[in-house]
Design a protein around this ligand. Structure first.
Ligand code: S3P
Length: 166
């Protein structure tokens, strides 16, 4: 396996669940950048975004990415990490193997239907969320070394595909 495997994809793609299981299966360290954000700022993402807006969140997210990227093992990222040109360059330059966990928008919506932790789900209208999803697809593809379609697959199955691939 590569020194660092980074999982990217929209909210609800399964990055954290798959990342934890992949790390366990391959005996690697696991790092979730959203958790690192909370540790670093001492604030939940909800509270941080309420106080600093999405742009404040994005600035801090870039710092966390830059500081944690050297960590070997499996890293799961926040769904919007690829929005900034800087972040995409940082990710490409990192040498990490980047896996895009892809899912249909309808599947994503279903998985997120009872979520209360993600501020953007409350702040954005359905049209804005759809636009965000469409805007991000080429950006995930731009930095990804491989894409895994996750519709209808258990985390276990996805981890199996990943361990065969890496
Ligand atoms: C975000 C996704 C979240 C978190 C924050 C913003 C986004 O991470 O970073 O709420 O912009 O898509 P997950 O993709 O892990 O839910």
């Amino acid at each position: 396996m590569a020194d660092t495997v980074m999982l990217i994809g929209f909210m609800g793609a399964g990055k954290t669940t798959v990342g934890q299981q992949l790390a366990q299966a391959t005996n690697q360290k696991f790092l979730d950048l959203d958790d690192e954000f909370v540790k670093e700022t001492g604030s939940s993402i909800n509270d941080f975004m309420n106080a600093n807006g999405e742009s404040g969140f994005r600035k801090m997210e870039t710092k966390i990415l830059e500081n944690r990227l050297a960590s070997p093992g499996v890293i799961s990222t926040g769904g919007g990490i690829i929005e900034s040109d800087t972040n995409r360059q940082v990710i490409k330059d990192s040498g990490a193997t980047v896996i895009f966990l892809q899912a249909d928008f309808a599947t994503i919506l279903q998985r997120l239907s009872s979520d209360t932790d993600r501020p953007l789900l409350r702040q954005l209208s359905m049209k804005e969320l759809t636009d965000r999803w469409e805007f991000r697809q080429p950006l995930y593809n731009e930095v990804a070394n491989a894409v895994i379609m996750t519709n209808g697959k258990s985390p276990n199955k996805i981890v199996h595909e990943l361990t065969n691939m890496l």
